[in-house]
Write a protein that binds this ligand. Structure first.
Ligand SMILES: [Zn+2]
Length: 413
């Protein structure tokens, strides 16, 4: 996940079931206390689940083990859906409603074949994905264990889920499947645990990613000179893109990330390509930027053709979509955000601001379904790098406590 933090204005706490009231329930208190008692167990879960590799599109082995652990905790109706998400149920006391999904993601950004052994160096746990999102998976298990071992019956039903395909290449395929097929129209609220620290991600940064290719006839750089050159067309397009003006707020960005193509220094290339991404917190700004981007790409093509009006050599442009993540800007005054802030406060966790990010929550947020992503506690500054590590903090156990309290506040007692 990626995070940008914005500062909050002081907001009124408008809450249905107040976090303090939920926390004063003796059975909830016991759940909260047991999570702290079982902190060492939670840490073991985090390490051991992380030692099963889960590259993009290859999460099945980790998924199977996660399902096995949910079964060992006595969760109901455990299944793996057709996309690969693991889904289990904590039945509510009387009714199905509200239906809450509580989740973390299985996949990492790392390719197959890398060493996934977690190495302990003092307090530091070094491992690929140890924070993002093995921490989240451990928090989901910790909360499942605490609820299962308590006498507490929540009113609504909670689905404990591990999703596939949260990271870049996966393009939210797991959560997309949940909300457009598997659980379409059923979910009342979504919570995911992603990343570390104590964060509330309440807005979704949208992104569009494309692979752009310019193709021409190609030929000898000297002998065939005078025809449209795909590299020159792409250069013209990049120059246009580089000059696009975007707002600072809502934060909106663009990037040409890779540039490849051609065969030799003395050949007019047959083909050149680039990969680019554009992002915004605002769906409207993202759409506007997308239009400008496409205009710049078309300009590159047209201007290069115009440069050589007498040439009959072809020049074409292809735009392939690599990923589309919807943007969403729900208000901080939404009850789920207020409950996330209120439950943190009730546990003595200080949150200065809600943030925006690119997480599984983007999808439900874009559909108008209340959603937040919470940090899993602890510290892990190098996510997505081979130098990823996780360090516990004295209050790391408060992250699963926070999640449990929010789940209880949303599902109702
Ligand atoms: Zn993540």
């Amino acid at each position: 996940m990626k995070q940008v933090v914005l500062f909050l204005s002081l907001l009124p706490l408008v809450l249905g079931q107040s976090p303090d009231a939920v926390l004063s329930d003796p059975k909830v208190k016991e759940v909260i206390a047991s999570i702290q008692r079982n902190n060492a167990w939670t840490m073991q879960q985090q390490v051991s689940i992380c030692e099963i590799a889960a590259p993009p599109f290859q999460e099945a082995e980790r998924a199977k083990e996660f399902a096995r652990r949910l079964a060992a905790l006595g969760m109901a109706d455990i299944r793996t859906d057709s996309e690969g998400n693991v889904i289990s149920r904590l039945p509510g006391s009387s009714e199905q409603k509200p239906l809450i999904v509580f989740s973390a993601h299985l996949d990492t950004v790392f390719p197959p074949g890398m060493d996934v052994k977690v190495k302990q160096e003092g307090k530091r746990l070094r491992g690929l994905g140890i924070g993002d999102d093995c921490r989240g998976l451990a928090v989901v298990l910790a909360v499942a264990k605490a609820f299962r071992e308590s006498d507490l019956k929540l009113k609504g039903t909670v689905l404990f889920v591990a999703t596939v395909g949260e990271e870049g290449q996966g393009d939210l395929r797991g959560v997309r499947h949940l909300f457009t097929k598997e659980l379409k129209g059923q979910v009342d609220a979504f919570i995911s645990i992603d990343g570390t620290g104590f964060r509330v991600t309440a807005r979704g940064v949208g992104s569009n990613r494309y692979k752009v290719t310019y193709r021409g006839r190609g030929g000898h750089s000297y002998g065939a000179f005078g025809m449209p050159n795909p590299a020159h067309a792409m250069g013209r397009a990049i120059a246009r893109i580089a000059d696009i003006e975007v707002p600072q707020s809502p934060r909106t960005t663009f990037n040409v990330g890779t540039v490849t193509g051609g065969t030799s220094v003395n050949s007019v290339p047959i083909e050149v390509s680039m990969e680019l991404d554009i992002r915004s917190e605002s769906a409207k700004e993202l759409a506007t930027l997308d239009e400008r981007l496409r205009a710049a790409l078309q300009f590159g093509l047209d201007a290069e053709k115009k440069r050589w009006p007498d040439s009959k050599a072809m020049l074409e442009l292809e735009i392939k979509t690599m990923g589309l993540r919807p943007a969403a800007e729900p208000s901080d005054e939404m009850p789920i955000v207020q409950k996330a802030l209120g439950t943190a406060k009730a546990l003595g966790i200080t949150i200065f601001a809600t943030g925006s990010g690119s997480t599984d929550s983007n999808l439900p947020m874009s559909l108008g379904i209340p959603a937040v992503t919470l940090g899993g506690g602890g510290m892990s500054p190098n996510a997505h790098s081979i130098d990823e590590w996780f360090e516990e903090r004295e209050d790391s156990y408060k992250a699963p406590q926070w999640a449990a309290l929010l789940v209880a506040a949303l599902a109702g007692l």
